[in-house]
Design a protein around this ligand. Structure first.
Ligand code: URA
Length: 203
């Protein structure tokens, strides 16, 4: 697919950003995805960043609407955070997958794809102007902090990224992949705890 890594529009609103995103050819992922998945929400004090759209998000054109999104909604609610008071987005805006029969298997975005798509995350951050950014998982943390971050080492800590308060925690999909129900319950509780920490840092 034809790419244009220099594609660099300058939208002045989130709506304009979503329109520009649909034209993005900065990396090849646009070619096989159904559609681009922009962030969702308006100017909000809390910005949540995932890795990339999954199968359901690619089909719906909206972030975190599949199984990981349901778990995220539940954890947010338990932490006392209304999802509609947040801006929810992803480090990479197109679904990356390999076809396997009728299924499409999620693939991790590369460091290069994360770096190319970071352009959009920075624009979103400027337009949303959040008080706190929460990165869900290692890919999101790499993009938010602009460097590789070991989530296990810094999770739940209020740090700083590009002048904004930022925290890394686990990705809800990580919970969905845990086979042991006890370990999964513990990790879920730890995710809720991190989100409570985030909430108390909001205005
Ligand atoms: N996982 C993500 O990281 N983002 C989504 O939007 C859905 C699943």
């Amino acid at each position: 697919p034809r790419t244009d890594p220099a594609f660099a529009p300058n939208p002045h609103s989130l709506r304009g950003l979503a329109q520009d995103l649909a034209l993005c050819r900065r990396c090849p992922l646009y070619a096989n995805a159904t559609q681009v998945v922009p962030g969702e929400g308006s100017r909000a004090p809390l910005m949540l960043v995932g890795e990339q759209p999954g199968n359901d998000e690619d089909l719906a054109g909206r972030p975190f609407v599949g199984p990981a999104g349901k778990l995220l909604n539940q954890a947010l609610a338990e932490a006392g955070i209304a999802r509609d008071k947040t801006f929810v987005t992803n480090a990479v805006k197109h679904f990356k997958f390999i076809p396997r029969g009728k299924r499409r298997l999620h693939q991790r975005p590369s460091a290069e794809e994360l770096a190319l798509c970071r352009w959009w995350l920075e624009l979103e951050t400027k337009l949303v102007a959040p008080v706190l950014i929460v990165a869900l998982g290692a890919s999101a943390a790499r993009s938010v902090f602009g460097r590789p971050v070991t989530v296990g080492k810094v999770r739940g800590q209020i740090l700083e990224a590009g002048g904004t308060k930022a925290m890394a925690t686990i990705h809800p999909s990580f919970l969905l992949r845990m086979p042991d129900p006890d370990a999964r319950r513990r990790e879920y509780a730890a995710l809720v705890k991190d989100l409570v920490t985030a909430r108390v840092h909001l205005p």
